[in-house]
Design a protein around this ligand. Sequence first.
Ligand code: ATP
Ligand code: MG
Length: 230
Amino acid sequence: TANNIQGTISFKDVRFSYIKGEEILKGISFNVEKGQTVAIVGATGAGKSTIINLINRFYEIDSGEISIDNIPVQDYKIASLRQKVAVVLQDVFLFSDSILNNITLNNENISLEEVKIAAKQIGIHDFIMSLPNNYHYNVKERGGMLSSGQRQLIAFLRAYVSKPSILILDEATSSVDAHSEQMIQYATDEITKNRTSIVIAHRLATIKKADMIIVMDKGRIVEKGNHTEL
Ligand code: ATP
Ligand code: MG
């Protein structure tokens, strides 16, 4: 079951189309070992986000196999799969509710104290404390005062407190201010540390730190290697 997830990911000749006859992924194969961070890079429309849509089964593949710990993703219950694989998307959605509830998703087993410790670990506690009402600040207050970078930081913390075996991060392309950028970089390092991670990377710093870089073009992997090899 998903409780046994150790955090390996394997794609074997995965083919996928959103619309019949228009193949978007044309035979994708790669492995991510436990604890490794893999960066996926490539032009817009190459199929990077599509890859991550398939891991948590937002769509079903046409052929091939995607496995987590050598078990095909179809063999997991969707809920337990998604509990173990946390995804931070490019455009973060926050509910009109407190920062705390946006982080815990109203899971009462996660205490405020625990959230604070996690926020300190990923370097965003001071930012939250600078907001009115701190962790009780309603994110939609004053017409949504949080920037896209700040919303992404909240989503990082949401993913982090859920203690996923696998983290998937689709880095935002929109530019953020220097301070948010620094916080995002630090949080990304902390959240991917010792955790199997796939990052669709736009930041050079993220790409440089990855154990493996996958270069995609038009639905295919065209290169694999680390930063010094490519
Ligand atoms: P970007 O760097 O812009 O985020 P990407 O590499 O993540 O690009 P994808 O979002 O995976 O690219 O899209 C790959 C292809 O699939 C594109 O041609 C896109 O138009 C198409 N596509 C994506 N989502 C859908 C969908 N829901 N329905 C139909 N086609 C889609
Ligand atoms: Mg994308």
